[in-house]
Design a binder for this molecule. Structure first.
Ligand SMILES: [Zn+2]
Length: 113
C-alpha cells in the first residue's frame, strides 16, 4: 500500500479515487475526484480540486456565508442580525415570517417559508 493512500483518519482504511458529489449550503457544485477511505469514508480533495471547488463556490455566491454577529436587545427580546449576503442567499426580506426554534442548547434553527 502506498503510504499516501493510507487513511489519515482511521489509520486502518485505504483511500481510493472516486467521483463524489460536493455541495455547499445544500447546493450541489457537481462531482469531483477525491480520495475516499473504504472504511470510515473520510473524503480528501487534492489541492487542485479544492481550489476549483472554492472558485466555483465563490462564483455561485456560496462563499463566506458564515458570519459572526452580536446579539442585540429590543425591549425584552433579543435580536440577531442577519448579514446582507446571507439574506440575499436565503432570498429573505424584511417583514417575512419565519419560525425559530432551538435544536439544542447551542443551535438555533430558523425555518423560512
Ligand atoms: Zn479511514
Amino acid at each position: 500500500m502506498r503510504k499516501d493512500m493510507k487513511c489519515w483518519e482511521c489509520k486502518t482504511g485505504k483511500y481510493s479515487y472516486k467521483n463524489v458529489d460536493f455541495s455547499v449550503h445544500g447546493i450541489s457544485l457537481g462531482k469531483f475526484k477525491a480520495k475516499v477511505c473504504n472504511k470510515c469514508k473520510d473524503t480528501v480533495f487534492d489541492e487542485k480540486v479544492s481550489d476549483k471547488i472554492d472558485a466555483l463556490a465563490k462564483k455561485k455566491g456560496l462563499w463566506g456565508l458564515e458570519s459572526h454577529t452580536k446579539v442585540g436587545k429590543v425591549g425584552n427580546s433579543l435580536d440577531i442580525k442577519i448579514a446582507h449576503k446571507v439574506a440575499k442567499f436565503l432570498e429573505l426580506k424584511k417583514g417575512e415570517e419565519v419560525t425559530i426554534y432551538p435544536e439544542s442548547k447551542n443551535r438555533l434553527i430558523v425555518d423560512i417559508g
